[in-house]
Design a protein around this ligand. Structure first.
Ligand code: NAD
Length: 368
């Protein structure tokens, strides 16, 4: 991971050599300026592998800071306190974190726990009056996601989903090109998202905690990618499941699903979600006037991509650093990414996941 100086240095280089792509008051441009505005003070809930990655990335943030933790493991809390200089008064466990409502030094809670816990935890955070940042998938079905959206609306707090790709420079450039008509009318998207799942005893293979299999975890990237690469919402779904290892991937845990989506313009998407194959992190989109291929397309980077105009040259910057600075800008200055990261955006993906599972079950076409 680079230092803040590297980060800002890369930003300067980008701004000098490339147009500002993000939004008129873009984070790229803003990073050029000294910053003395408000800091988004974040507590991370769930100090596991991705929580650890986010915490490390936040060290380089300019607008967001890790100030608190919520964990069920006291030894982890002590370690994080020492590493990130977190005061005791900002440390909570899963039973007592509602008391965060009386803590004026925390603005937002970033939920990075197993999927099936997100809904209840997000609603508790909202009721405590703090902004909710929640990992993908935001919930395990659309009904839960809708309850989260409503709870955050009622509490007048933001609900943001950890869609880090919406801040990633090459992805943002492709979205900008699509919006500017540089590909012409998008016609076809292909998304391949998967890896070989290792440890058979982890929560990702326990439906009670994961809500599903590869689709919840990695297939969601192809769903979300299809939507931001094509710029439309699907109106129908078909899907087929195959399972080669029913012992490892029990009932309700999908191993491999291929799915197709149709869009109002007539564009179509064909995608693969799997826990049984490696080297699958690829997006391809073709339009009437051009095309783009990204591979890798959603890993931690560097993302690589090329279009009919040549290679995408935007720099690699740690995704979670950009995401958290971008979310701080969104909360404090209402600067919106080209594609939203709010609860409604997460809800759209959950509705599609529900439809995919329904299509697998019925074998038919599901209208959205
Ligand atoms: P992990 O297993 O490494 O960490 C999960 C954490 O939740 C652990 O610290 C664990 O102790 C805690 N936890 C709290 N209650 C628990 C319970 N009842 N059972 C099990 N664990 C419990 O998982 P992870 O890889 O950090 O994933 C966490 C979330 O982050 C998931 O929703 C996942 O989809 C998401 N994630 C997102 C990305 C991304 O790139 N955006 C990457 C990885 C994971």
């Amino acid at each position: 991971m680079g230092t803040r100086r590297d980060f800002l240095g890369k930003m300067s280089l980008t701004a000098l050599s490339l147009p500002i792509l993000y939004s008129p008051t873009s984070l790229f441009a803003a990073c050029e300026q000294p910053y003395d505005g408000p800091m988004l003070r974040v507590a991370i809930m769930g100090l596991g592998s991705y929580g650890t990655r986010v915490a490390k990335a936040m060290v380089d943030c300019k607008r967001a800071k890790l100030v608190g933790v919520i964990s069920g493991t006291p030894s982890k809390i002590l370690k994080w306190q020492a590493t990130y200089d977190i005061p005791q008064k900002n440390c909570y466990n899963y039973d007592d974190f509602d008391a965060i409502k009386d803590n004026p030094d925390i603005d937002a809670v970033y939920i990075i726990t197993p999927n099936a816990l997100h809904c209840e935890q997000a609603i508790r955070v909202a009721k405590a009056g703090k902004h909710v940042i929640c990992e993908k998938p935001m919930a395990i079905n659309a009904e839960e996601a809708e309850r989260m959206v409503n709870a955050c609306k009622d509490a007048k707090v933001k609900l943001l989903v950890g869609y880090r790709m919406h801040f990633e420079p090459k992805t943002v450039e492709v979205i900008r090109m699509r919006q500017a008509g540089e590909f012409g009318q998008p016609k076809f998207f292909q998304g391949q998202s998967g890896f070989v799942m290792g440890n058979p005893n982890q929560w990702r293979l326990d439906k009670e905690l994961s809500g599903g299999g590869a689709m919840m975890d990695i297939g969601i990237y192809s769903i979300n990618g299809a939507r931001y690469m094509l710029g439309e919402e699907p109106i129908w779904i078909t899907a087929q499941e195959t399972k080669t290892d029913p012992v490892k991937f029990k009932e309700g845990i999908d191993e491999t699903i291929t799915f197709q989506m149709g869009f109002p313009s007539g564009a179509v998407a064909s995608c693969l979600s799997t826990y049984a194959m490696n080297h699958l992190d690829r997006f391809y989109m073709t339009g009437e006037k051009g095309w783009v291929e990204m591979r890798p397309s959603t890993g931690y980077g560097p993302i690589k991509g090329r279009t009919h105009k040549g290679e995408l040259l935007q720099p690699h910057i740690t995704h979670q650093t950009l995401q958290m600075d971008g979310m701080a800008q969104l909360i404090f200055e209402d600067v919106q990414p080209l594609v939203p990261v709010d609860g409604e955006e997460g809800l759209r993906d959950m509705k599609i996941i529900d439809a995919i599972y329904k299509a697998v079950k019925t074998g038919g076409k599901v209208d959205l």
